[in-house]
Design a protein around this ligand. Sequence first.
Ligand code: DGT
Ligand code: CA
Ligand code: ZN
Length: 584
Amino acid sequence: MPTDVRDSAFVARALRDIALYLELKGENAFKVRAYNLAADRVLAVGERLADVVREGRLAELPNIGQALADKVVTLHTRGTLPLLEELRASYPPAILALLELPDLGPRKVAALWTSLGVGSLPALEEALRQGRVRGLKGFGEKSEAKLLAGLEQYRSAHARRRLGDVLPVALALRDELARAPGVVRIEVAGSVRRFCETVSDVDVIASAAEAAPVLEALAQRPGVATVLGKGDSKCSVRLQDGLQVDLRVLPDEDFATALHHFTGSKAHHVRLRGRARDLGLTISEWGVFRGEEKLAVPEEAALYRLLGMAYVPPELREDAGEFEAALAGTLPTDLVEPADIQGAVHAHTTWSDGRASLLDMARAAAARGLAYLTITDHSASAGYASGLSAERLRQQWQEVDAVQAQVPQVRLLRGLEVDILQNGALDLPDALLEQLDIVIASVHVRHGQDADAMTARVLRALDHPCTDVLGHPTGRLLQRREPSPLRMEEVFARAAERGVALEVNGNPERLDLHAAHVRAALSAGCRLVAGVDAHDTASFANVDYAARTARKGGARRSDVLNTLGTEAFLTALRERHPRRGRRG
Ligand code: DGT
Ligand code: CA
Ligand code: ZN
């Protein structure tokens, strides 16, 4: 962990954890209180903690004696403390989460642990369902019911959700609130704006001369189940499906700094605050200040200009190298965006497991203004998806030609999403694959192979002269299936060597490659395609997810092959197979 992450919030959190553990152990209340008070002091010192530590002035603060001051210094500089490690080691790692349930205090949690061995939320749920808790001293049937309800509440409040399930809701909410009385500007902030693959809630920032009518519009909105809190400038609600929405409304002059602050990430902000300090500025949720003077920040770009750095797009604000690049002026200005995508790559039809006919898919692609569409149904071994035999694939080409005549606006490319068999061979004969415009090779079954077998399998597929694209490379399904145990560095190196493009699959349940993999693939020299993995006409919207995931990984327009027009795209694919006798 870089030292600047151990800010006052980090140290205070550690001190509070120590207090919680001491309570679990039944230590005396004064000792517990001392750690909690120290946490308050450290938080109050805020960003000056580093200075106070350096100047040895901690023990001068009220409620912090020399012994505690030493502990704060250790936490600040090393990130942990022998005492904390010792306490952590004597309990299961997830035990503190139990203390967040409404009806559980330290004494009860300690009883659950010592009597029942319950040290986590799932263990508690199991014990409750087995009726083991009600017999415990201090617990009855009533508290059993209360705890089960509390668990449910905790879960819906803490569950991370897939971006694909939240983004449409967030954008609809934004557009609706944009029509509330007096709204000047409004934007979704937080992890949704950064295009994180899972998010915990929706943060919305708006500007208006008067906040009350805008806050009221959210509180009154149909679909809101509970108003969690409402103040002068903020309203938090829970929607019927459990999703939390926080809305802040400010005067327009504060909009950009608030939007920036609540977009995060915290890690990105830590870097910016360090830079601001070097320039004699301070940045907070309230604005950018030089001493007492508040500087004008009409839009986010102005904030970065004040810091003497290039504008960092929200997707990149993760402290993944963007800070240094923006400072050095090397941040790409041609990062890929959805509008750059010219062709829909990776589409299924009713010929395999798609839900729309080839004709409907072609019409939908044309309606979205796409220049080309790759028809890539599954291959025969994908029995689960009615994959195409060699015979049926040839039949499909006749329909491709017929539909092409009917929908001349979009160029239809003959393709296949061919299964990578267990041994790494491709499912259909080379003689057939050679006649295709595009071959996407994907793993669909036997995800359970070990790292050696899976890596060898995929490397062999990359070596196949007909493979143009490796489809959804890791096979993960967000929150449902772990990525396969592939050694990604080897895959990236081989793909780069062979010129095989890696798919950034835009199905919101996949997002595969994810942003960090995109970054690694690009530094290995790989080319990408932004894939829609369309199984119906609505899933052309996956272009956005694919392009923005690639963008989050730092991909430039030129890194993504389907930003090219039809002929250039085909040429780019053929660069890999000069020998291949393609049609046309
Ligand atoms: P999430 O909600 O877990 O998916 O992720 P975020 O990034 O949306 O986190 P959230 O909703 O807690 O806060 C939104 C942004 O607000 C966050 O990215 C940075 C800013 N923020 C919130 N709390 C703090 C804080 O305690 N310190 C700093 N520096 N920034 C904060
Ligand atoms: Ca958030
Ligand atoms: Zn697939």
